[in-house]
Design a protein around this ligand. Sequence first.
Ligand code: TIU
Length: 225
Amino acid sequence: WLVSDSNPDGEYPYKFPLDKTALIMIDFQRDFVCPGGFGETLGNKVEDLQKALQPARNVLKAVRALKMPIIHTLESHKSDLSDLLDNKFTRGELPDFLRIGEELDLGRILIRGSCGNNIVDMVAPQPGEYVVFKPGKGAFFKTHFYELLKDLDITHIMVAGVTTEVCMQSTVREATDRGFEPLIISDATMSYFERYRQQTIEQLVAQGALVAWSAESSTVVKALG
Ligand code: TIU
């Protein structure tokens, strides 16, 4: 067991068994992180999300060196939209040309295989790493994520990705309810709204890591080193 010096409330450090821990990289896709993508077209500042890339890359490097399992997720729909629920399609006060499946500069919005749906080069999956396409915000909904974690004998997950309060938070909450021990890598997850990132992490680690732990990427890299 390694013990990180992550200590959200001053008395409950995160302990993880190296051989049962996976790194989860959530939705680092161009649609959210790159200029011209869906996120920017909606009026968000992608530079805010890009801040997560270097910290995430640092952890990725350390985890790759240890040959720990790495699972990348993508918020992604089939091209015929058969896995897109009505509420997700219609939610938000969006003009029709910004709905999921519409064509933007980076290809069809949130459609599997389009340029914008792919993961940015800086943290792109390498051969041997796992990729989970998910139609929802959480990684467990209508995916094989749970079965994959179980097959790999994973009990602990270290989580990076975007956005903190949407897909990261949903996934972490779902993970805890399914018996996993999640650690949020606090500077490797970002939101278009910095206060949401801070509040989300604060809420999840409250009451003795009731839902999750958190630690900075440098702490995680040190614990892995
Ligand atoms: N990956 C993820 O968080 N998807 C979102 O929908 N994020 C938003 O901030 N909308």
